[in-house]
Design a protein around this ligand. Structure first.
Ligand SMILES: [Zn+2]
Length: 180
């Protein structure tokens, strides 16, 4: 009899992304493909992952959606065109996380404002952490701080993300006491 370690979470990574299941894997892929990671070129990365990205006006509360077209099987992301570009970048990174980590669980994701609903479920929490990690890879974040960017606004401008996203990432990386 063989012992099998039980999975901690009910999660199945889609087979096409088995080698791409962590944010670090995604950053590595981007670098390998010559896609900028500091700041991350989210459009090129989406294309590389086979996701079509469209920008359309949505109600202010909606950040974006990700879904699989029934007829073609094509994954499509729609981003709120009325949001600030920095917020749109976070939305795209968040939807990329859903595509890679959660697309075997469901084939449609509708995202409202992030960080507001007390992280409604584990998939949302995971997608937010994943997004923050690919938008601000540890190595690049440390490099930016070492090069003298120690204010939240400076880091946010460098990675083209919101101050909120920087705060969350800085905390995760243990940069709290660093003037961040
Ligand atoms: Zn989500």
């Amino acid at each position: 009899m063989a012992f099998v370690r039980k999975a901690v979470k009910e999660n199945r990574v889609p087979p096409e992304f088995e080698d791409l299941s962590t944010p670090e894997d995604v950053v590595k892929l981007a670098k390998k493909k010559g896609i900028s990671t500091s700041p991350l070129n989210v459009s090129e990365l989406s294309m590389e992952l086979g996701i079509i990205v469209r920008f359309e006006p949505m109600p202010d509360d909606d950040s974006g959606t990700l879904f699989k077209e029934k007829k073609t099987g094509q994954w499509v992301m729609i981003v709120n065109s009325l949001h600030h570009p920095h917020r749109q970048r976070f939305t795209i990174a968040h939807e990329i996380a859903h595509r890679i980590r959660h697309a075997a669980n469901q084939d449609e994701f509708n995202d409202k404002a992030f960080f507001r609903n007390g992280d409604s479920n584990w998939m949302e929490t995971e997608a937010n952490n994943f997004a923050a990690t690919i938008l601000m890879p540890k190595e690049d974040f440390t490099k930016a701080v070492d090069s003298g960017k120690t204010k939240i606004e400076e880091i946010a401008a460098h990675f083209q993300v919101s101050s909120m996203a920087v705060r969350i990432r800085a905390k995760a990386l243990g940069f709290d006491g660093h003037g961040l």
